[in-house]
Design a protein around this ligand. Structure first.
Ligand code: SAM
Ligand code: SF4
Length: 364
């Protein structure tokens, strides 16, 4: 069994954006924004919006937050459902956003989730709308989400072993997650994708069982390299399970061949399993970063625009909105925040500093 080596990320197609140049209809690096989409100084265009709906969570994944939880955002600092709807509308109508993914924290904890999804799917041009969730409670709400127009769902699941799940998440909720997965598939929220993070010495040997489980149930599995975004700053480069490690493990049980289908700005490198059509993805955020083709922009639950997961600066749309800013002014702030996006996350740079917000408060 074998896996062909990962392709060189530096030779990946730039999705229509000339190297170091300006996309069609875009804003050249350094000019004053005012119209058009979300273009940065390196010529990348953000069309994929990640919206965090809450920083709270009902699990405590060890690589994400400590067992005691975090200091949650006060309610008054959180965007209301209408404020979320307004900013998503500005993104879609004024700024060229084509995909909206709701996340968190745990987005299923947001009471207004179904209404927020319905408002997003009613926009024109209609964005693709998806959800990233730990699936606890999904069994109950999946039909309503599908009826609200949700297109797809990603579920996080790092192990199929009940005891290990409890150790990894500090909660005994594996059965709820499995029920949520089934409900998502039955509600037609397909393809259902499963995201898994492997930790050295903890769940590395879940790689093959997770793939077999996903193949059996028709879910699309993607492994994500652990990133330095944990609240307790325990991540180390030497300890993380790399994409190469994952592929080596999978290759011991399955034949993997690189999927030659155009990847565009999608972060997952995909592999056909045993000749296909089933695939497995590896998101090598750390070891094979894809910053050069990044098309993301992020809105936190408290209304801050972040141009990168690893950004150390934010743009405060909530305060501007509550002080009466017009749609045009908010759009302009968003454009300006985008211009400053750095070319890469720089994790391997000795000067790298982890952002002060953890993943759960940014929106993964
Ligand atoms: N609670 C939801 C969930 O777990 O799917 C949504 C938010 S969670 C922050 C989104 C994704 O980020 C999950 O797939 C999770 O595994 C991943 N994640 C969290 N912390 C991470 C880290 N330090 N490195 C890599 N992925 C991480
Ligand atoms: Fe919660 Fe998701 Fe973080 Fe796990 S990864 S603690 S489910 S926000």
């Amino acid at each position: 069994m074998s896996a062909t080596p990962l392709p060189d990320p530096r030779t990946r197609p730039s999705d229509g954006v000339p190297d170091g140049g300006v996309p069609d209809g875009g804003v050249p690096g350094g000019v004053t924004p005012g119209t058009g989409g979300l273009v940065d100084r390196h010529g990348r265009v953000a069309t994929d919006l990640r919206v965090s709906l809450t920083d709270r969570c009902n699990l405590r994944c060890t690589y994400c937050m400590p067992p005691e939880g975090l200091q949650w955002l006060p309610k008054v600092e959180q965007l209301t459902d209408d404020e979320v709807g307004r900013l998503v509308r500005i993104g879609v109508e004024e700024l060229g956003i084509r995909e909206v993914r709701f996340t968190g924290g745990e987005p299923l904890l947001r009471p207004g989730l179904v209404g927020i999804v319905a408002a997003a799917t009613a926009l024109a041009p209609r964005p693709e709308v998806s959800l990233t969730t730990n699936a606890i409670g999904l069994a109950r709400v999946a039909p309503a989400l599908a009826a609200a127009g949700l297109d797809r769902i990603n579920v996080s699941l790092d192990t199929l072993d009940r005891e290990r799940f409890r150790t990894l998440t500090h909660r005994d909720r594996l059965d709820d997650v499995l029920a949520g997965l089934r409900a998502a598939r039955d509600a037609g929220l397909t393809p259902v994708k499963v995201n898994a993070v492997l930790l050295r010495g903890v769940n590395e040997d879940d790689a093959v069982p997770l793939l077999d489980f996903c193949l059996e149930h028709g879910y699309q599995l993607r492994f994500i390299e652990q990133m330095p975004l944990d609240a307790h700053h325990a991540w180390t480069r030497n300890e993380m399970v790399t994409a190469e490690d994952v592929l080596e493990r999978l290759s011991a049980a399955h034949d993997l061949t690189a999927d030659t289908e155009e990847r565009g700005s999608a972060p997952a490198e995909r592999w056909l399993v045993d000749g296909g059509p089933a695939t497995v993805g590896v998101i090598a955020s750390v070891t094979r970063s894809f910053c050069g083709t990044c098309d993301r922009t992020r809105l936190t639950a408290d209304g801050q625009i972040r141009n990168c997961l690893f950004a150390r600066e934010e743009s405060d749309l909530r305060t501007a909105m509550r002080e009466g800013a017009s749609d045009a002014e908010l759009a302009d702030r968003w454009r300006i925040a985008t211009l400053a996006k750095l070319p890469g996350h720089g994790i391997d740079d000795p000067s790298f500093l982890q952002p002060s917000r953890p993943m759960s408060a940014i929106g993964g």
